[in-house]
Design a protein around this ligand. Structure first.
Ligand SMILES: CC(C)(COP(=O)(O)OP(=O)(O)OC[C@H]1O[C@@H](n2cnc3c(N)ncnc32)[C@H](O)[C@@H]1OP(=O)(O)O)[C@@H](O)C(=O)NCCC(=O)NCCS
Length: 322
């Protein structure tokens, strides 16, 4: 623990950080919504999207609650994708802002990354907010490239790709598919592993995982949420993670993957498809823009130790770490 972090701990002794419990989730959801609405000045920013229940269920041991005077004051959700970790949404009851509650949650979060041995850790935040940048910088996270979150109306592609739909596979083949995804994601970053996201889609019925094969094996994969009660929201399809195999032909594989995602959106009656891409992945970002996606929210990724991780040119990957 660094000296400055010990100081924060001493000053904020009235705030207790503990694991978030299932019995906290309703209140945690209400606090999250009120905090984000207040900061963005938007009423019902998240609408019928869900982060609290879905993320807690995906990994109940990786969510923190801050308590002050026995009351839930704020929460943070931490996600482990193998050697990669990120956190959020982080939120604090608006009447308790600027009293160190988030800083206490951040101490626990950084300690968890250390326990996990996370090689690449980061977050997505509001690029325009000095408070947010200052808060995370205190804990060793530095702003890097912008991550625009983009949407478009889905259009069924003329030549519709025929991806394998993970949820249609028999159980034995699902295990093999997860292994193949792990091999593919490791090409973007050593040890990057989306198994938790795939299992969350499967166990919670959040949407679909698309798998594109070609003669060399798995050419691309995408984890998609669909509809209300997921991160997509009603009438939405959200590509939470998508990756095409790198190397010659990667651009074409990426286009086929995005075609498959649009097909999925159309098949499920979605009126918009949403995804985020870090602008450091220049080719992927340019390709998404060329397909007619337009940015709504523009955030910034902050990386621990200012490490580039897998956000670099030549990585045909979409995700946004919200
Ligand atoms: C962002 C949020 C979680 C912060 O919670 P909080 O409990 O108010 O944060 P803390 O009091 O622990 O820390 C804020 C830090 O930002 C720093 N800060 C504030 N304004 C700053 C500025 N202009 N420049 C640099 N640092 C600044 C403060 O100095 C403080 O650090 P310190 O206590 O060491 O001085 C809370 O405001 C919130 O819930 N917002 C709405 C939801 C949201 O935006 N979540 C985060 C999305 S990534």
């Amino acid at each position: 623990m660094t000296e400055s972090v010990s100081l924060i701990a001493a000053e904020r002794a009235d705030v207790i950080v503990r694991d978030l419990r299932e019995s906290d989730l309703t209140l945690a959801d209400a606090i999250l919504r009120s905090a984000f609405d207040k900061f963005t000045c938007v009423t019902s920013l998240f609408g019928d999207k869900d982060y609290v229940h879905t993320r807690w269920l995906a990994d109940p041991g990786a969510a923190f609650a801050a308590e002050q005077d026995g009351q839930l004051a704020g929460t943070n959700f931490v996600t482990r994708w193998g050697t990669v970790g990120f956190f959020g949404p982080l939120s604090v009851r608006p009447e308790l802002w600027d009293r160190g509650v988030a800083s206490r949650l951040m101490q626990a979060t950084v300690a968890l990354f250390d326990r996990w041995g996370t090689a690449h850790a980061g977050l997505f935040t509001f690029a325009h907010s000095p408070k947010h940048l200052g808060l995370y910088q205190k804990f060793g996270f530095w702003p890097r490239f912008l991550t625009p979150v983009m949407t478009k109306a889905p259009i069924a592609p003329r030549r519709s790709p025929q991806p394998i739909r993970y949820t249609a596979l028999p159980p034995a083949e699902r295990a093999r598919a997860v292994d193949a995804c792990r091999e593919l994601t490791a090409t973007a970053y050593e040890g990057l592993d989306l198994e938790r996201e795939i299992r969350a889609v499967e166990s919670q019925g959040l949407g679909e995982v698309l798998l594109l094969d070609d003669s060399s094996g798995l050419a691309g994969m995408a984890v998609c949420h669909l509809g209300a009660g997921t991160e997509a929201g009603g009438q939405g399809c959200y590509v939470k993670f998508g990756l095409a195999r790198p190397g010659p032909g990667a651009g074409a594989r990426f286009e086929t993957l995005l075609d498959a995602c649009e097909s999925l959106a159309v098949d499920n009656g979605a009126d918009h498809i949403e995804l985020g891409v870090n602008a450091a992945r220049h080719e992927a970002y340019a390709a998404v823009m060329a397909r007619g996606y337009r940015a709504g929210l523009v955030g910034v990724s902050m990386h621990r130790a200012n490490d580039e991780g897998y956000s670099r040119p030549g990585t045909w990957l979409v995700d946004d770490w919200r």
